[in-house]
Structures are given as C-alpha cells and as structure tokens.
Design a protein around this ligand. Structure first.
Ligand code: SAM
Length: 344
C-alpha cells in the first residue's frame, strides 16, 4: 500500500474542477467608446479606417510650416526665373539714355535711401560698407558720398578729418544731416559739393591718407579719369578703398544687366553693367586687393597710387621697371576679367 503524500498539492498544481455554481454578473457595464474631449474632431481629410483606400498622410503642424515656407520660396523662385527668362529673351532696351546721368540724383535724393534700404539689406551690403569704412584713417576723403550711407561706420578715433564730397547738393544735404545726428561732437568734418574729377585737398592743405568711394564708378561717365584723380589727391603711401558694382562672372547675367542697363540708368543714375576690372586695369593704379561677390557683380577693391619719382605726380616715368610694374598691376585686375571669361 502506498502512503498518502505528505504535502497536498497547491491550488495551482491541482487539476481544474468543474464548477457547479452559476456565473456571477460582471461588476460594471461596458460603455460604447467615446473619443476624449481634447481629441481633435475627425477631419474630412482623415483617413477612412474601414475603407480599402490607403490612409492619406497629413503631416503634423510642426512639419507643415517648413513645407509652406518651401512652397513660398519655390513660388518666388519661379516668378524670378520667369522674370529673368523674359528679360533675357526680350530685345535690349531701346531707351535713349545719355552716358551722363548724374543729374538723376538731385530728383532722387529724397527717396534714395527708402528705395535702396531693402535691397542693400537683402544683399548684405551694409556689412561690406562697415568693413570697408572701418579701414579709414588719418585725413579721410569720401567721394560720391551720396546720402551718407557710410556715415555711421567711420572709425572717428583714427580719423584726423573727414571730407564728404558729392556732385549733387540734395544728396549731400542728407549726408550732412545724418552726420550731425550721428556725430554731433566731431568737428573736423566738411561737406563739399563738387565733382570727384576736380582737385581737392585735406583741411590742412595736404593730400589724404584714405580716399573711399562706394558705388561711384557706375555713376560717372569718366570712371578712369575719376580713379586717376583719386590717385592725385591721396598720399603716396595712402589707400584708395572702393566698393563697386558692375559686370558679373557669367554671360547670362551680363546679358541681363546689359538689357536692363538703360532703363536702370535712366531711373537710378547708375550704369550697372560697367566692366570694373577693365576700368581699374586701365587706370594702372596699384592693386592691393580685389575680391568679388554676388556672382562677381560686387567688387571690393583696395588700390595704391602708382610709384612716383620726384615730387610731381606728372613725373611718373616709364622706365623698364615702371613698365614691368604697370604690366603686373594691370595683370592682377585683368585676371579677374579672365577668370570671369573662363567660367562662362
Ligand atoms: C549710386 S550713388 C552712391 C552714393 C553713395 N556713395 C552710396 O554708397 O550710397 C552715386 C553718387 O555719386 C554722385 N556722383 C556722380 N558723379 C559724381 C562726380 N563726378 N563727382 C562727385 N559725385 C558724383 C552722385 O551724385 C550720387 O550721389
């Protein structure tokens, strides 16, 4: 006979026994499902869950904003492309505009700043103006100063005197007002209404340490003569600083500039299709640095006067050394023109 097991099996080990009792009612009544109140109401675009068509993707809000932005950019880009295409395919402007459009500035002066503010902001030109003007020192001359868009950037602690010069009296008057507002305590400033093609000297009767010009070559019918005059008024060891705009690195863009140049000059008093590299090369001034931006249309130029012999600027001799130097100077400026042609 077998002995009974010492420990009876636990309930989990026991085989299931048939219940003889009736099932107890559930302690709660199931409710039909209702979406929480905070949940978004089903949109007509929401994917139908029971249909056989695949659900439509609706990006979350955080992703929709960049999509809208991208759409906006594509739209503007498209409109811009159409504008460029129409400008390039259309016939060149037949407007009969004189080479000298400097008189346009008298009429433009009152709204010049308002019209160029946005474009200059978009192209980062204010930054370039600041950087260039910050290089000024000593007796400083700014020619073609216009409405004084560089006034805020002069490092006055390094400027012995500042002379602002422009052909247009209304433009210069705006520059004068800006200066008085920005630098009321700085007394060594002068405003000269005259041509940058004419002689000018510092308040002490000397030549200048720094001559600066921003967007002036486009406005004069005699850009080479203007550069030569800047050379005459700057000290032998002085600097000529230019920020200019002109032809680009690309044929298609040059065509666009050429086609629209007459109407632009008529409106703005500036020929924006000038070959700045060729003008600098022809002036034969010493090139210290040339940098180009904005597809080659924006020119940052640092120049020095040609080496002089004796005390007169007329005494620039064409010895073989001088000739060699001139060729080198011209070469640097023309390299930029050559690079441009290579890219085309
Ligand atoms: C495009 S605006 C540039 C103004 C300013 N430099 C700037 O950066 O906004 C050209 C300016 O050059 C001036 N200008 C044109 N020819 C000139 C000349 N021969 N002598 C002096 N100023 C001249 C015009 O009166 C005008 O104010």
């Amino acid at each position: 006979m077998r002995n009974p097991p010492k420990n009876p099996p636990s309930s989990s080990q026991r085989p299931p026994q048939k219940s003889t009792q009736a099932p107890k009612p559930l302690p709660y009544k199931p409710q039909p499902y209702r979406p929480p109140e905070s949940a978004p109401a089903p949109s007509p675009l929401t994917a139908p869950t029971t249909s056989s068509t695949p659900p439509r993707f609706i990006p979350p809000r955080s992703r929709r904003i960049p999509l809208y932005l991208a759409g906006g950019v594509a739209l503007i880009g498209g409109a811009y492309t159409v504008f460029i295409h129409r400008s390039l395919s259309g016939p060149p402007s037949t407007l009969n505009v004189p080479a000298d459009v400097t008189d346009r500035y008298d009429a433009k002066a009152g709204f010049f700043d308002a019209e160029v503010n946005w474009t200059e902001w978009a192209w980062g030109i204010k930054k370039l103006r600041r950087k260039l003007t910050q290089k000024a020192y000593g007796d400083v001359l700014e020619v073609s100063a216009g409405t004084g868009r560089n006034v805020d950037f002069f490092p006055l602690e390094r400027c012995k005197s500042v002379t602002l010069l422009d052909l247009s009296a209304p433009m210069l008057e705006i520059a004068r007002k800006k200066w008085m507002e920005s630098h009321p305590a700085y007394k060594n400033v002068r405003f000269l209404q005259q041509s940058a093609l004419e002689p000018v000297s510092s308040p002490g009767g000397d030549k200048f340490d720094t001559v600066i010009q921003t967007f002036g070559l486009c406005s004069t019918p005699e850009p080479e003569k203007l550069l030569r005059n800047l050379e005459k008024v700057v000290k032998e060891d002085g600097q000529i600083l230019l920020l200019e705009h002109g032809r680009s690195n690309y044929k298609w863009l040059d065509r666009l500039l050429d086609n629209s140049a007459p109407s632009h000059a008529d409106k703005w008093g500036c020929w924006w299709n000038k070959d700045i590299g060729a003008i600098v090369g022809a002036s034969e001034l010493q090139v210290v640095r040339i940098k180009r931006r904005h597809l080659g249309t924006m020119w940052w130029i640092e120049l020095k006067p040609r080496k002089r012999r004796g005390h007169s600027e007329e005494a620039i001799e064409d010895t073989s050394d001088e000739k060699q130097l001139k060729l080198e100077q011209r070469g640097i400026a023309e390299q930029h023109v050559a690079k441009k042609s290579e890219k085309k």
